[in-house]
Design a protein around this ligand. Sequence first.
Ligand SMILES: Cc1ncc(COP(=O)(O)O)c(C=O)c1O
Length: 392
Amino acid sequence: MKRDTKVVRGGLDKKRNAGAVNTPVVRASTVVFESVAAMREATDRATKKREKVLYYGRRGTPTHWTLQEAITELAGAADTVLAPSGLAACTLAILASVKAGDHILVTDSIYEPTRNFCAGLLAGLGVTASYYDPLIGGGIAALIKSNTTLVLCESPGSLTFEVQDIPAIAAAAHKAGARVAVDNTWASPLFCNPLALGADLSIEAGTKYIVGHSDVLIGAVSGTAEAITAVQIAAGSLGLAVSPDDAYLATRGLRTLAVRLARHQENALKVALWLQTRPEVKRVLYPALPEDPGHSLWKRDFCGASGLLGVVFKQTSGAAVAALIDGMELFPLGYSWGGFESLIAPLAPGGARSARPWAAPAPGIRLHVGLEDPLDLIADLDKGLARFQKAL
Ligand SMILES: Cc1ncc(COP(=O)(O)O)c(C=O)c1O
């Protein structure tokens, strides 16, 4: 099946759904059994054989399984573990891959709260993290130590948009016995398949494009048969649970992922090309643009670009960016992205970097280009840039 078909049909199970197209919301903590033997059998099948058997709500219900199976098919994975947020999916993938005394390599372009987790809780558990240049490719081999168990990539970075050479990184990591996990949120499982590129774990902040409507927090970790077991055990030990209502809404969002992303891509490209013509703009950070330094890797490894992009100005100031943002009509100011709507945020990624400084003039802006008419979005940005110029 092609990817667009998997988005629509993945995990659909007529028996599970009692005839309905969608798996109903099964709300359950307690599940009751006919006998002690039935209780034991269900528990063993669920915990030891990892079969999808309803035995206690925290371990998943049919509503969760439909979503898990759909993401698993799309990611080309052995299985998928759900987490209560995208950040929880990132920290879960890390925790499942380390023990005290281990070392992990993390891309310098990583989502900042994941970096904060490494500096705080993870360091407290006796695991060290060091950061690598996202453009390092196979050169990562020189940074791998005898106790390195994980390389954590995010490609492209959600603020600076560098595309990473995942096959080269995976080859070097595997040679040294380390696992590779990729935060794949920008592309979603539709536009990039990190496992096919050699990664062991693929992480999604489902909150963004999978849900697609800015109203649910959810995360997912998909993995190879070898790597996902550790994630399943870690999630079970931590007691992570996702509300079935949220799993239902995420599944509903997923069904339209292909049509939404096609439009996000079309609109974002129009906006990006227009921004490139503007005298205020130094660079548009968007790998689908031929001028982008990551374009050839993006073309090789991705089958589309989403709606998130960055803008670096030639000359800028906090006051000018605030004047631009505060007057926007169709780009409200907010965290997150991936919903149907356009959003804007100031972009100043330099502060968190350590391996490869980000020296571009800041602040810039980050745009999530939504599903509105691109001509309206461009008109809104045109007025915003006039305010920017006036306030410089
Ligand atoms: C690349 C990336 N990964 C992970 C996350 C975390 O997702 P959530 O907000 O669902 O915790 C975000 C959120 O902005 C993100 O941009």
